[in-house]
Write a protein that binds this ligand. Sequence first.
Ligand code: ATP
Length: 279
Amino acid sequence: MNPVRISVNLEQYTYADGTVALADLHLEVARGEFTGILGSNGSGKTTLLKIMDGLIKGYRGEVLLDGENVTRLHPRDIYRKVGLVFQNPDDQLFATTVFEDTAFGPRNMGCAEPEVRERVLAALASVDMAEFASKGIHNLSYGQKKRVCIAGLLAMGHEILLLDEPTAGLDPMGEYRMMELLTRLNREQGVTIVMATHSVDLVPIFLHRLHILSRGRLVRGGTPEEVFTAPEELQQVKLRLPHIAELIYKLKHEEGVPFSRIPLTIGEARREIVETMGR
Ligand SMILES: Nc1ncnc2c1ncn2[C@@H]1O[C@H](COP(=O)(O)OP(=O)(O)OP(=O)(O)O)[C@@H](O)[C@H]1O
């Protein structure tokens, strides 16, 4: 079992206007895990990521990063370990060129210029943006900007990435490519990833674990197979089964087609159909 990297034990977090954003919330993320926080709008995903990143304080409870309380760590030590990618890249990027923006972190850490260059080029290559190094930020597409945001954090050597809706605003192919990129960073570079999302269709293909958040509380957690078992429960929290699972569920329950289980991905559905037809 991998050691726990992030441990969240929150009694409550309330915004200044009295909104209780999170309550009674406990979760752990292991080293090397690719985890999703799934929830409808306003369920508390962004607030939770900001708490994990040490940006929000003043909650009742504790958040541990590699066993250390986030509120007692120096911001510099938090930012060496954890990086948060905002939902809107325009909230994060500020320099004129891709190179300069990606170089900000390593320079801020005190790296000498040859090392800055090495880190920037390696980070841009990891997100397939190496050939855009000298390009102006304002000339990039939305998806490219999202990749540069991730590169900026990789250039600082972050071992944990927190991403707020990384696929929001991307076309279907862009969504898929973004998830492939994150999978690669997770598998090949060992980056621990926590992403907020409301895309139920992408989750079962890529994520190891997910936690469902509703009105600031965790209502379910586990592997995608464990979580996507009860469509009625998902509906109650304004979510649904992945499309393919929904279709198979309807065939099974409304048409009486004898599927032995509810597949979550197209590949699983194909196998299930072939097996069902063979019976
Ligand atoms: N600065 C703030 N002051 C007061 N209330 C806030 C603030 N930021 C968020 N909230 C409220 O806290 C709750 C959780 O918001 P949060 O942004 O964490 O949800 P979310 O799941 O990320 O939503 P979305 O999917 O729409 O981005 C919501 O009710 C929201 O209105």
